[in-house]
Design a protein around this ligand. Structure first.
Ligand code: ARG
Length: 595
């Protein structure tokens, strides 16, 4: 990376002059019209050395030019008021370095020095309920972060942490008990093997949950729950309690529900190119609830409050009130926080992670503050384990409100995907050698994912289908289209038997900018990882595609008569393609061959 090479050079110059080299950092120029790189170290040094910053920057600039390789590296090094050092590189130096990058296996992306273990908790689907719009961002952002950290050499474990243990399971079980009481799962005297096939299909299941969930919420004309609703609610809670306390028939039935549901979830996630290493659910942490309660009890952290058991998580320097975490309700049932603590305990025991990241809706921030504080304060996780909430904002419709179906209902994820893919299909031209359905799927997924990832995750954003589906502007389709353009040119070059060859010095500013951009890939990936902000990578890929397209318009690659020049462009484009493909693969955005 140029910034690294230049910083090392600058450090030598600083040291030779007796200046503190911690100020020697060289960054990409904030004024690309004036220079490519800059060092601002003379300003802080001026205060320490009590000299004018311009004088210091002049000293440094001439020292830098005395270094042994200076003649090869620098086109210009200039001290400018009030004390900047502006640097431009020699085109031959840029080209040589980009050629090295092009020939490297890893595109000169650095790997982490200590391969830490990171668990990423994302997805969070709820069994027996369809995935809805609220499950979109966690899946997309979580998957991108998982792939990014893995690419940088970390050990990464993606865990979907399914909601498979809550009231919705009790609701379904009690509803089946009501409608099919003859099933062996409900016979207290049953001693045999429960059937290996489920007594319902996935379609049955997707009909049962909404039915019972509506029935439980039914109100009479005074707005009070009806007698039947109360009755159903009571049975659902009882069934939940029995399930969690080991009722054999319920457990067997539950297993059927989980298996059917997971199969369906996998299909949906596959469409989004999302997959998890662990399909653990809340139920998997259940056996550790007594353990964590014992730990908290030993630490005298448990407080009784109105029959419930809670723990204080406030800290003296809190600016706003952080309410206590409720661990056991007065009816003996456990809560969301109890499960998350037990899960942390289990993760610590099984994987000793260095970090656990939670990619969850920003509205759950308080819950995680409570959980993390409890876990840290009472040793449920080690001191060194870094727990981080990676929140995100809401995807809104054009009206600025959370995306809804036309009649105001919750939009199913599958319906959203179909809508976007159908819209893409309407724009794809029929060509001989492409499968329009396959391309529409890829383009549609790129619309959805790039729209989501290119907005800073903490921000709410408006999903404007037409804007994000456009083949122009900062969109998924624009990137795919650019990639396909490169592939077409490369195909032609290969057909002509033009081999790739050494990258030569740029002959235009756009070619130079394109080369310089390729060098930034490593920095961008590390910045993206640091802030867990995939939008940086999106921005970079968009800039790279834009430069590539202007390069293409400015130079006639196919008709170029100088074979060395043509071979140089061949390699340059190959490298742009590799960077773009690697970037999009990290973002889990599909890349077509043709379109
Ligand atoms: N299932 C939850 C939901 O649908 C999300 C779970 C998030 N992860 C966690 N460890 N609590 O809101």
């Amino acid at each position: 990376m140029f910034t690294q090479i230049l910083t090392k050079q600058m450090e030598q110059a600083f040291a030779a002059l007796g200046y503190d080299s911690t100020y020697a950092a060289v960054g990409i120029s904030a004024r690309p019209d004036l220079c490519q790189f800059q060092c601002n170290g003379a300003m802080p040094l001026a205060k320490i050395a009590r000299k004018a910053p311009l004088a210091i920057s002049q000293e440094i600039a001439s020292e830098l030019l005395k270094l042994p390789e200076a003649a090869e590296i620098y086109e210009s090094v200039e001290a400018v008021a009030p004390g900047f050092i502006n640097i431009n590189l020699k085109d031959s130096f840029i080209a040589r370095h980009i050629n090295t990058l092009a020939l490297s296996e890893d595109l000169l992306v650095e790997s982490v020095t200590e391969p830490k273990t990171i668990i990423i908790d994302y997805g969070g689907p709820n069994i027996a309920k369809p995935l809805h719009i609220g499950h979109l961002r966690t899946a997309i952002i979580g998957e991108a972060l998982k792939r990014l950290f893995r690419h940088l050499g970390y050990q990464v474990i993606g865990d979907t942490h399914m909601g498979d243990w809550g009231l919705q399971m009790g609701m379904i079980i009690s509803e089946i008990a009501r409608t099919q009481p003859e099933l062996p799962y409900f016979d207290p005297n049953f001693t045999g093997q429960y059937p290996s096939e489920p007594p319902f299909t996935l379609d049955d299941l997707s009909e049962i949950y909404p039915r019972i969930s509506t029935a439980i919420k039914e109100k009479d004309e005074n707005g009070q729950p009806t007698a039947q609703a109360l009755e159903l609610d009571k049975s659902a809670k009882e069934a939940t309690y029995e399930l969690q306390n080991g009722h054999a028939g319920y457990r067997a039935l539950w297993k059927h529900i989980v298996n059917l549901s997971v199969g369906d979830l996998k299909k949906n996630y596959q469409r989004l190119l999302v997959d998890f290493d662990l399909w653990y659910g809340e139920s998997d942490s259940h056996p550790f609830i007594p353990t964590i309660l014992d730990i908290l009890k030993d630490k005298n952290a448990l407080i009784e409050s109105d029959g419930a058991i809670i723990a204080d998580v406030s800290q003296p320097d809190d600016k706003k009130e952080i309410p206590p975490i409720i661990l056991v309700k007065s009816d003996g049932s456990y809560l969301y926080g109890t499960t998350d603590l037990a899960t942390l305990y289990q993760r610590e025991k099984d994987f000793q992670p260095d970090e656990v990241l939670y990619v969850v809706d920003a509205r759950q921030a308080m819950h995680f503050t409570q959980v993390f504080r409890t876990a840290k304060k009472h040793g449920i996780v080690a001191d060194k384990t870094n727990l981080e909430f990676v929140g995100f904002g809401t995807m809104n419709g054009k009206d600025g409100k959370p995306f809804k179906t036309r009649d105001g209902g919750v939009l199913r994820l599958a319906d959203l995907i179909s809508m976007v893919v159908e819209n893409a299909a309407s724009k794809i031209q029929n060509k001989e050698d492409i499968d329009p359905e396959e391309i529409a799927e890829m383009v549609g997924i790129s619309v959805l994912k790039f729209a989501d990832l290119s907005n800073y995750r903490m921000k709410d954003y408006i999903f404007d289908l037409e804007k994000f589906s456009s083949f122009e502007g900062k969109t998924g389709p624009y990137l795919l289209y650019s990639i396909v353009r490169i592939k077409n040119i490369l195909r032609k070059l290969e057909e002509e038997n033009n081999p790739a060859g050494d990258i030569l010095s740029a002959i235009s500013s756009v070619e130079r900018d394109l080369q310089l951009k390729l060098d930034q890939f490593n920095t961008v990936l590390w910045q993206t990882a640091k802030d867990k902000a995939p939008n940086y990578l999106c921005e970079y890929l968009y800039d790279l595609a834009t430069l590539m397209n202007s390069f293409y318009h400015n130079h006639h690659i196919i008709t170029e008569s100088d074979p060395a020049r043509k071979s140089s462009w061949h390699r340059l484009l190959q490298t742009v393609l590799r960077v773009m493909t690697t970037g999009l693969t990290i973002l889990a955005i599909p890349v077509p061959e043709k379109m």
